[in-house]
Structures are given as structure tokens and as C-alpha cells.
Design a protein around this ligand. Sequence first.
Ligand code: HEC
Ligand code: HEC
Length: 356
Amino acid sequence: MQKLLIYPVVLILANPMMLPGQEQPVKPVTAVNVHVLGPQKLGNLSPVVVPPGNPQSSSKILLGKQLYFDTRLSLDNTISCATCHDPAMGWSDAGPTSTGISGQKGGRRSPPVSNAAYSQLQFWDGRAATLEDQAKGPIANPIEMGSTHDVMIRTVEDIPGYVEEFKKVFGTSTITIDMVADAIAAFERTVVTTDSPFDRYVRGDEEALTRMEKKGLEIFNGKGHCTLCHWGPYFSDGRFHNLGVAPTDPASPDEGRFVVTNDPADKGAFKTPTIRDVALRAPYMHNGSEKDLDAGIDLYNKGGRVKDANLDPLILPLSLTKKEKEALVSFMKRAMTSTNPEVSGVKPPSVSDLPK
Ligand code: HEC
Ligand code: HEC
């Protein structure tokens, strides 16, 4: 109840022109006037904030990259981070949910590693605070890489090339899981999007977006209310919402953020994902239940796919026309897709390039 009272106030504060139930007046967008509903403007990402405990260095980033792509970190040498977070698939996988060691299926979709450095919390339910914390999870997850930290460390210590590199980066030949996680996180902090047509548009290139994409951006900011949650340069509020996504198993739905907080208001709520490079990683949502962007927009237009007692009050039917939906999709497709070589052009190191 409290939530229901607060949200209309937030809506009004976010845009004084709008009253609940009224249609959002759409201002024309220009490169310098990227009009917003959320507390932070959409825009270019600032440089990644590097935590003081894990400074970047080129040798650490290279080591992290090798570990990221090395299947030897899994119990049976078949799975690396890149199996489920593949640069060629928008740093995600084919979905709808991920497949780990021995063909085991998880219940959730692989979120992108690209730009994850900007996420305040990691995982769909935000259960890891940092990239370093997050990186320790999959190695020892029985349905992901299926190993243990001890087994993985012994494997790495048996590869002289790695021992040498760890010594160079960390000054010791005693390898620990924290060092592995630090190196992988350092690499992940380089996988950043700064050069989508949207970014060029914000930097002042009016020609970077087509008319239709500009219309889509206008709807994203206006009638679609998308920026109420997908705001700021990272296109995410870092918060958790229940969108009425169709559960994979209605008999035992994924409880999302509730598992972390135990707050009933968080049941079925998941972290707002970024919209950057979104076209590269269909299907969508925490369980991959929406097969493409058209389907995703259809969910919003209907005010949720399923009726859920916990539906976020910001999710309301939108009455978007066919043209408006097309414009939104065109904005999210080409305009939000980056061409940064660090993101889209990363060539996985071949096995022969990995330490021996
Ligand atoms: C078997 C597939 C699989 C493997 C292997 C895997 N991941 Fe993931 N990853 C996932 C899935 C699925 C999630 C979401 C899980 C959740 O939210 O509960 C995830 C979440 C993440 C996130 C959080 C992103 C965000 O926005 O919340 C990061 C970062 C990440 N993985 C990095 C890695 C790294 C680094 C490795 C290797 C050490 C790795 N992953 C190995 C499937 C995988
Ligand atoms: C109330 C907050 C909120 C609003 C408003 C909102 N989103 Fe979302 N969006 C989310 C959350 C949370 C998810 C993930 C939900 C899940 O997986 O259960 C999401 C997921 C998505 C995805 C899937 C991305 C992926 O990587 O799987 C797309 C695309 C998307 N939103 C686009 C939009 C568009 C377009 C609008 C406006 C029409 C919009 N969103 C409005 C919070 C919101």
C-alpha cells in the first residue's frame, strides 16, 4: 500500500508536467536535450570506477582475459565464462537460460558481461556486491563450471605459464581465488560500450540517429515511461521490479530479489538490465521468456505478461500504436548497439595463445 502511495508522487516529481493517468507530453529530443523522466539523464558512460583494492594494470587485464576464456577453469575442461558470456552474442548466450557443465540447464538467463562494471549489484537478484565477488560464484557452481576453488587453483598452479603471469601481476606464486577473481574483474572493467549511434548522437552528431530512431528515443523517454527505470548512462536504475514476466514454472516461480532481502515486496522482482547492446542478446528477461524486442515491448504495452499480485505500480498498459512500437524497437536495435572494438570485436584467445 505504501508503495502505491509513493509511486504517483515520484511520477509527478520526476515530471511536473504530468499527472497520474495523463499522457506524458512528448518533448522533441535533440542531441543536447535528451529529455528524461528518471533522476539521471541518459548519456555517455563515464570512465569505469576502479575500486582501490583492485587497481587496473595491463598485465592484470591480460591475465583476466585469459582466465575468462579458459575452459580449464571448469571441472571437465569444457566451460569458460565465455561459454555463457560470449562476445559474439552480446556477452550473453543463446538462451533462453544457460547451459553449464554436463549439459545442465540453469533457471536464469545469462546477463551481459559488457558494461556490468556499471551495475551497482551483480546477478538478476543483486546477491553479489562486486564483480570480484561475482566471479568466484560460477567456478564452484555445480551446474555452471562444476569445480571447487581448490581444484581450480591446483589446475592453474600446474600451468607454468599462469604461475609466471600471477607472479608478475601479484608478486607471488601462491595463487588464491581472490587473485583469480581480481584479474577477471579487471578484464571485465575493460568491456565497456561507448560508441553506439546513441552515444554519437549525445556527443552532438544529429545525423547519428535516423528519424525513426529519434522518435523511438522520444517514446522511450516519454509515452513509454521507459526511463522511469532504464535511466542514466547505463540505462538502469540498479533497482528491482516485478514486471509480470511469465514464470518458467508457474507452480514454483523464481522469487528473484525476495530470496536476498526476504521482503515480500521483492517477490518476483529482478534487476533492471541495461538497454545498451540489447539487440545482440535475445531472448529477454531473467528467464528469457520474451523471444525478441517486439515481444518485450508487447509485454510493456499490455502492462505485464501475467497478472502478478506484486506487479510494479509503474507497469501500466501503454496504448502504444504500431508505429510507436516500431520506433521503440528501431531505437533499441541499431541506435543502442555499440561498435567498440573492446566490446563487439573481441576475439577470444585461441587455445594455443593461452598459458601452457
Ligand atoms: C553456465 C553458464 C555460465 C557460466 C559458465 C558463467 N556465467 Fe556468469 N552468469 C550466468 C547466469 C545464468 C547469470 C545470472 C544468474 C543469476 O542472476 O542468478 C550470470 C551472471 C553473471 C554476472 C552478473 C551480470 C549482471 O548484470 O548482473 C557476471 C558479471 C558474470 N555472470 C560473469 C561471469 C564470469 C566472470 C564467469 C566465469 C568465471 C561466468 N560469469 C561464468 C551464466 C554463466
Ligand atoms: C518499472 C521499471 C521498468 C520500466 C518502467 C521499464 N522497464 Fe524494462 N526492464 C525492467 C526490469 C526490472 C527488467 C527485467 C525484468 C525481468 O527479467 O523480470 C526489464 C527488462 C527489459 C528488457 C529486456 C532486457 C534484457 O536484457 O533482458 C527490455 C528490452 C526492456 N526492459 C525495455 C523497456 C522498454 C522499451 C520500456 C518502456 C516501454 C521499459 N523497459 C520500461 C524495468 C523496467
